[in-house]
Design a binder for this molecule. Structure first.
Ligand code: SF4
Ligand code: SF4
Length: 669
């Protein structure tokens, strides 16, 4: 019976899986076009899975091993099952494949047991519902395949495979295998929990940001891959859509990416807005996008909801609006405006899903088409349009902080080694202290630098994150035109947001520059022995990684090297480096100001307090403002430039020290 019915079962499941795949692909293809190199993507898929995806999964070693056993065992066992039972093979080959089937099904069964153990007390971030039956399906499939292979190899006792017992066992194995196949193979293409495997594999092949993935050549050269700049909207084409209003307005490969979500909740666990009780959960947001594609309510969602919002009250349709002011659609607007664009979710996501792109796409529609930027958002945008800075200051006021410093202006010099980009912190009294400290450091190192003065405009960062792509592009093009007038080798800035857009987002408009965050540049000056510094005599210190320096640009080490070179022994926070918690200041979040149960900067200063540090070193005007705004903080907040400036030995003493060290070391300007 087994040998007759098994091939029929496999053929039926395969046929249904193919029909499901065709339907699912058609569903994704209802999105907007996005051109991808199909063959190259498919060929790159195994490497992207084994290297890039596994690199993220491997951050949880136990789960990574579980996944390798379960998924690897399943892929191998399923392929062998199809070959052994659907392809006529010589007896000796079949025996070898049956033995391999035993090995892989056993491996998968071990993995499935570990999955079952994990699901016994699942962490809050994991979705429940249909996901809770997955361990049973995995065990049903692997266990039945193992026993079928044993039977075919003649390794089961005669009494078990003959007579009524034999018939009963064959029926049980077929039912168990059928259930396993229905969940694991049909579920992949018909929308069960396993759809993440089918969609995830294709998402790796057709990812919208192919540049995120490694290649053999880049590995050899030790390059780390990043693709963090937002993609530009085509504003020249009057028929081109402005942002995303409906699920069908996403590109087809964004929709494919949403379907790849495995509901692991890693994004939820690191989201500062979720932790603060604001109405945002990146996992639910991605699930809501899936519901929008298929046109369902969120009533069956089995994970953590948006804080403060009950599940079951939202629904979407494939071509209906995602956000409706009066409610009733997929999302409430405050969910979108709660995001700080910190990128913690993207960094943690094992399926390489791009939450920030999706959020900004939807914000673009709300801002550009509907003019519905909340809080002080529209005021900030109006100011940017009128004065080129977010607070509406007179452009000439950008240099007031330096009235006594006689800063060299590019307008007068035409060229300098370093162009010091001030950023809008130049209008802020607290950040003016940082800028003055940085100028002191540059002068101590005898750096040839100049500023744009009132020719500098806002970089466009906040306008872009608030969805106002038109204002961003206008500012970017105006700044690029100004920068084109002058000759310089490096732009240095103490603002990671300006650093990010100048480095990663102006390129789309022809602006390509060598940009350094001030911590990186100071690190280079120190390495070149251009600064004479006394040793740190203060108390314990911790360092807060700004999102737009760390996660967006991969700069974790230079600020730490600078602090260590000052003689500081860093007391690291539990969440530091790529897992650093956002201060709450990015993405226009302080401007839209969506209320939660607690404040993000308060949580961050609590992280600081847990280290016992008396001082937290930062490298961003936004972080400084957010963290200094915390009431009853236990630590002082200082920018790295201030710490270095305080440690400078006077020019005379420095001169004597340099004279005593005759070697000349060059630093790249
Ligand atoms: S970018 Fe940050 S705030 Fe926004 S959803 Fe992701 S983790 Fe949450
Ligand atoms: S979006 Fe990514 S990190 Fe978040 S639940 Fe889905 S797969 Fe996990």
């Amino acid at each position: 019976m087994l040998n007759t019915l098994l091939p029929l079962l496999l053929l039926a499941v395969l046929a249904l899986a193919v029909v499901g795949a065709v339907r699912r692909i058609a569903l994704w293809r209802r999105g907007r076009p996005s051109s991808v190199p199909v063959l190259t993507g498919l060929m790159a898929m195994p490497r992207r899975y084994l290297v890039d995806l596994h690199h993220v999964v491997a951050r949880d070693k136990v789960f990574a091993n579980t996944h390798v056993a379960t998924a690897g065992g399943f892929v191998a066992a399923a392929a062998l099952l199809l070959v052994v039972y659907l392809v006529p093979l010589p007896g000796s080959v079949e025996t070898v494949l049956e033995v391999l089937l035993l090995v892989f099904s056993a491996t998968m069964f071990v993995g499935a047991r570990l999955v079952a153990k994990r699901r016994r007390h699942p962490p809050a971030r994991l979705s429940k519902g249909p996901w809770m039956r997955l361990p049973k399906s995995l065990q049903a499939f692997s266990g039945s395949v193992f026993l079928i292979a044993l039977a075919n190899l003649g390794l089961l006792p005669e009494g078990l495979i003959s007579g009524v017992i034999g018939w009963a066992l064959a029926a049980v194995l077929l039912v168990a295998l059928g259930l396993g196949l229905a969940e694991l193979l049909l579920g992949m293409t018909w929308g069960g929990p396993m759809k993440h495997a089918f969609a995830g594999a294709l998402h790796l092949a057709f990812h919208r940001r192919a540049e995120r993935f490694s290649t053999r050549k880049s590995d050899r050269e030790g390059k780390v891959h990043r693709s963090t700049g937002l993609k530009a909207l085509n504003l020249e084409d009057e028929t081109a859509p402005l942002g995303v209003a409906t699920p069908e307005d996403f590109t087809w490969n964004q929709r494919l990416g949403f379907d790849a979500c495995v509901q692991c909740g890693r994004c939820e666990a690191v989201c500062p807005a979720f932790a603060a009780g604001q109405p945002l959960n990146p996992k639910k947001l991605i699930q809501d996008m899936v519901l929008g594609m298929t046109g369902h309510s969120d009533a069956a969602y089995a994970g953590s909801p948006y804080p403060g919002k009950a599940v079951g009250e939202h629904q979407g349709t494939p071509s209906g609006p995602i956000v409706v002011e009066a409610g009733g659609a997929l999302l409430d607007a405050d969910t979108l405006w709660s995001c700080t664009t910190c990128r913690a979710c993207v960094e943690e996501c094992p399926m390489m899903i791009e939450h920030v792109d999706a959020i900004v796409d939807m914000r673009r529609f709300m801002t550009l088409e509907q003019g519905q930027t909340p809080g002080k958002g529209s005021e900030v945008i109006d100011n940017l349009i009128a004065t080129d800075n977010p607070n509406g200051y007179a452009p000439a006021a950008r240099m007031h902080w330096a009235a006594d410093l006689s800063l060299p202006l590019m307008r007068d010099l035409g060229q300098a080694d370093v162009l010091l980009w001030l950023g809008d912190g130049a209008f802020d009294m607290r950040n003016q202290r940082t800028l003055r400290a940085l100028v002191k450091v540059l002068r101590a190192a005898e750096v040839d630098f100049a500023v744009l003065g009132d020719e500098e405009r806002d970089s466009g960062d906040v306008a872009r994150r608030l969805g106002d792509e038109a204002t961003f592009q206008r500012l970017a093009k105006a700044n690029i035109a100004t920068l084109e007038k002058y000759r310089f080798q490096t732009i240095v800035t103490c603002d990671p947001h300006s650093f990010h857009v100048l480095s990663n987002e102006y390129g789309a408009f022809g602006g390509h520059y060598r940009v350094r965050h001030h911590s990186t540049y100071i690190d280079e000056l120190m390495a070149a022995d251009r600064l004479s510094l006394r040793s740190w005599k203060g108390g314990s210190v911790t360092y807060h990684d700004p999102c737009y320096l760390g996660r967006y640009n991969g700069e974790y080490e230079a600020p730490r090297r600078v602090l260590t070179a000052l003689g500081i022994e860093l007391n690291e926070m539990q969440r530091s480096g790529f897992r650093s918690r956002c201060c709450g200041g990015g993405g226009g979040a302080p401007i839209t100001d969506i209320p939660g149960e607690r404040r993000i900067p308060d949580m961050r200063m609590q992280d600081v307090a847990e280290t016992g540090a008396e001082l937290v070193a930062v490298g961003c005007p936004q972080c400084t403002a957010m963290l200094e705004g915390v009431v009853d903080a236990t630590a002082q907040v200082r920018d790295i430039a201030e710490l270095v400036a305080d440690a400078l030995i006077s020019e005379d003493a420095a001169g004597k020290e340099r004279a005593a060290k005759p070697q000349v070391v060059e630093v790249s300007p």
